[in-house]
Design a protein around this ligand. Structure first.
Ligand code: ZN
Length: 415
């Protein structure tokens, strides 16, 4: 999807504003002679920005406004190294809430709803984003934050919460707990707004069945406002993203070249009006594609398909590149397998070869031994790699309130 004339004008403004100042990117662009954006060709001269830059600029090197205009910071830790700090102006905070309100509205949520917010508050962008959008919408926020499942469920019952905001991992945990206690009839949830990690269709189905709620995927990342920059519309899976605030490209993660609409690649985002920490051509490492054409809901915002994974989540085993989403696709073919699994990669010194260990929770309906054989067969047939499979009962693998780490690679000595 090419940048529109309006988008290019906004990007030109961003570049000029950055170059006039002394922020990390301002200096970088000035040094490379990038001072204005008058055409699509100019746009592609802008270098990609990355989390690595933000770490280099730690703590506030990317701040592009005077101190008195910054009203808040958020931070994302990531898995390695220094955290990243993103300063926000008053307008940035408002713009984020405007987008988040749009997301709720797109999901059919109104000011009559009671929104139970379980993502964390604080440095993390999640909780406060859900909250600000909710207040803007005029709905009742129940600002729980994560943890204390006992209290979560009690409040959900007493306050008759209608919307659950959670990571998919925590939604699954709550669903399992509510059903284990046999109290689903006391729960008033009708919708779930699920963010912050990619989840499989099987997991989606399990949560949908377990809580009887309509589920929505909300997209976002701390570096670009936070969650709330896009959401799917009812009945569809692709997420509408707000192109008056963001310009989205899809690139080949290896060559950095743009791919045609409809083709899969890495999402790259340019913020059009962000003030505190504008990011141009930011590499998200999230893999998806632009869904071409218009959505049948009539909404004109462009669409990103379901996030397939992260380009850095890819793991290589016996010469085959695999994404967690592929593991999930394979498990979906196997009767009795649930959405919960762990991949462990290790090096077997005796035989000097890599081993691929796969632990999967089984429903118990199908014999574990048969299931393990079936899983190994499916992988061998479709992927060409045979894992060593262990089946364990449902509830064995740890549940998480935040993101679930499903792949552990012990071959990587740095970790
Ligand atoms: Zn739509």
């Amino acid at each position: 999807m090419k940048p529109s004339k309006e988008q290019l004008q906004l990007i030109d403004k961003q570049v000029k504003r950055l170059v006039a100042g002394d922020s990390y990117y301002g200096k970088m662009y000035r040094e490379m002679g990038l001072t204005e954006i008058n055409s699509e060709e100019d746009f592609y001269k802008i270098p990609f920005s990355s989390k690595e830059d933000l770490r280099n600029a730690y703590p506030l090197g990317i701040q592009a406004v005077p101190d008195e205009e910054v009203v808040r910071i958020h931070s994302s830790s990531g898995t390695t190294g220094k955290p990243v700090i993103i300063p926000y102006t008053k307008k940035d905070v408002e713009d984020w809430a405007i987008m988040f309100e749009r997301c709720y509205r797109m999901a059919g949520i109104t000011n009559k709803d009671r929104i139970h917010i379980t993502p964390g508050y604080g440095l993390w962008t999640a909780g406060i984003g859900f909250q600000a959008g909710c207040e803007r919408l005029g709905a009742m926020a129940v600002p729980m934050g994560p943890g204390n499942t006992e209290k979560q469920i009690q409040m959900m019952i007493d306050l008759k919460s209608t919307v659950l905001c959670a990571t998919s991992s925590y939604a699954l945990l709550l669903s399992e707990e509510i059903n284990r206690r046999g109290i689903r009839d006391q729960i008033h949830l009708t919708k779930g707004v699920i963010g912050s990690e990619r989840w499989s269709d099987k997991m989606r189905q399990t949560i949908h069945d377990g809580l009887g709620i309509e589920l929505f995927d909300i997209y976002g990342l701390t570096e670009i406002y936070g969650p709330g920059i896009g959401i799917n519309c009812p009945g569809e899976r692709a997420m509408h993203c707000f192109d008056d605030y963001l310009y989205i490209e899809i690139i080949d993660p290896v060559t950095g070249e743009n791919v045609p609409d409809g083709e899969e690649g890495e999402i790259v985002i340019t913020t059009l009006v962000k003030e505190g920490a504008p990011l141009l051509r930011f590499r998200t490492h999230d893999m998806s594609r632009i869904v071409p054409g218009e959505c049948k809901c009539g909404c004109k915002y462009p669409r990103l398909d379901v996030i397939k994974g992260r380009s850095d989540d890819m793991f290589k085993i016996h010469g085959v590149n695999m994404f967690p989403s592929q593991v999930e696709e394979m498990l979906a073919k196997v009767d009795g397998a649930t959405s919960e699994y762990r991949v462990t990669l290790a090096h077997e010194d005796d035989k000097n070869c890599d081993v691929f260990l796969l632990t999967v929770e089984g429903e118990g309906r199908v014999r574990f031994e048969d299931m393990a054989k079936n899983i190994a067969y499916v992988f061998k047939t479709y992927v060409g790699v045979t894992p060593r499979v262990t089946i364990v009962p449902v509830g064995t693998l740890p549940r998480s309130e935040k993101k679930t780490k499903r792949v552990t690679d012990y071959r990587n000595q740095e970790e």
